[in-house]
Design a protein around this ligand. Structure first.
Ligand code: PMP
Length: 456
């Protein structure tokens, strides 16, 4: 297994230049105008840090794409992948394989309620695709209700139910997808001033949407338990329980997408546990094995599993439950349990991140709102705290924007890798991060926010 000493950054700029040249010539990058990007060449990573070929080290406050919940290169998970590779690197899905059955057992043990059957996918988007298919087949109904300000993945169906502007370019108006507004008190669509009002009015809006769509046509309501990419809007108490009630009342399948919020991110194994709700289907990926090998899946309720008891489920993937990915999941879940990773996220979120971000908001006029839980926090940056005008205009084209770019550059110059989206920075470090690392990162964030303040 790799050790810290072996992995200490050694500058090697020529190797870095070669990596960058081949990348520029041959790698087609996600969500990007290919000529306008300049990706950092990364030489290595360990724990909460990664480093470039110039030997510059960054504290990763983004956990990659919010998935390295146990940090980089955890020796036990790396060893488990190596052991599985030596034993049986791959095997087709229609067999019982130890790594696969053990991963399913460990996941089912932790998911809420009777979500006890696990369908494995290669990532989050295909988990969402399959959850929707299961809901449609289970109910025999066509429509899916999904929230604006959501992200559910980049494949065709998943991007169509996604409620962010990245949908527009690929949206051919897929039949059967209807969007609604979920709670977001800071920018309330419901003219609400309190969480209670926001909750009640959002539920009333959802029930009206169901009524006007025709309850007998709605197969599923899908929500991120806490919307992640769209801004970490923690729902008000009672909202998700209210959605659960509506789903029960109208026979609708309730899907919670925990691809980002699951596996410790919120200081619980699943964010659903924070709200004491049990969906009928729960999608996961990312944190299930910290992305060491691609893996996602759907946790399925007893009733929906029964639908496919005698009748075949018409869907599958060549690599469903890939042994390497599942071995990584088994090791990751065991590490998380043994090291108290979920508890660490809960404790440091409540005792360090929350209070310190709120203190930053006091000092920095660019911070409009702080919200989050566990290791899942967002700072919304504004030009004007009174009007809540975002620091950058709503930019559907996803073009680089100067104020947020300047903020990000200041953070990187200080050795902190921030997550930036629109007018927000998310504080989403590995759930294994130490208090000292957090404080180091928050001090750099403090300095970088002074750059954002110049645009107020
Ligand atoms: N759902 C949610 C809530 C996500 O955050 C993401 C990824 N950010 C996805 C689905 C898609 O996952 P993937 O990129 O693994 O396909």
């Amino acid at each position: 297994a790799p050790t810290l000493t072996r992995m200490t950054p050694q500058p090697n700029p020529e190797a870095g230049a070669a990596v960058k040249a081949a990348d520029r010539d041959h790698v087609f990058h996600s969500w990007s105008a290919q000529d306008l990007i300049d990706p950092l060449a990364v030489a290595g990573a360990q724990g909460s840090y990664f480093w470039d070929y110039d030997g510059r080290r960054y504290l990763d406050f983004s956990s990659g794409l919010v998935y390295t919940n146990i940090g980089y290169q955890h020796p036990e998970v790396v060893a488990a992948i190596q052991e599985q590779a030596a034993r049986m690197t791959t095997f087709a899905p229609a067999f019982a394989i130890e790594a696969r059955s053990e991963a399913a057992r460990l996941i089912a043990e932790r998911t809420p309620g009777d979500l006890d059957k696990i369908f494995f996918t290669n990532g989050g988007a295909d988990a969402v695709e399959h959850a929707i298919r299961m809901a449609r087949l289970h109910t025999g109904r066509p429509k899916v209700l999904s929230a604006y300000r959501s992200y559910h993945g980049g494949t065709q169906q998943a991007v169509n139910i996604t409620g962010d502007p990245r949908r527009w370019a690929s949206d051919s108006g897929t039949a059967g997808v209807v969007h609604f507004w979920a709670p977001y008190l800071y920018r309330s669509r419901f003219y609400a001033e309190t969480e209670e009002q926001e909750c009640a009015r959002a539920l009333e809006h959802l029930e009206t949407t169901i009524a006007f769509e025709g309850p007998s046509t709605v197969a599923a309501i899908i929500l991120e338990t806490i919307p992640g990419t769209a801004g970490i809007m923690v729902p008000p108490p009672g909202y998700l329980a209210g959605v659960r009630e509506l789903c029960d009342k109208y026979g609708i399948v309730f899907v919670l997408d925990e691809v980002m919020a699951g596996f410790g991110r919120t200081g619980e194994w699943f964010a659903a546990d924070l709200f004491d709700v049990t969906p009928d289907l729960l999608t996961f990926a990312k944190g299930v094995n910290s992305g060491y090998v691609p893996l996602g899946g759907v946790a399925i309720s007893g009733a929906i599993a029964e639908t496919f008891g005698k009748r075949p489920y018409p869907g599958g993937l060549t690599y469903s439950g890939h042994p390497l990915a599942c071995a990584a999941a088994v090791a990751t879940i065991n590490v998380m349990a043994a090291e108290g990773v979920v508890e660490n996220a809960a404790r440091l979120g409540a005792s360090v991140v929350g209070p310190e971000l709120r203190a930053l908001a006091e000092r920095h006029p660019s911070v409009g709102e702080v919200r989050g839980v566990g290791m899942f926090w967002a700072l919304e940056l504004v030009r004007n705290r009174e009007t809540r005008e975002p620091l950058v205009p709503y930019n559907a084209a996803g073009e680089a924007n100067a104020p947020m770019a300047a903020f990000a550059a200041a953070a990187k110059a200080g050795g902190l890798w921030p997550f930036v989206n629109m007018n927000r920075t998310h504080v989403v470090p590995p759930c294994t991060i130490s208090e000292a690392e957090l404080k180091e990162g928050l001090a750099v964030l403090d300095a970088a926010l002074s750059v954002a303040d110049e645009h107020v």
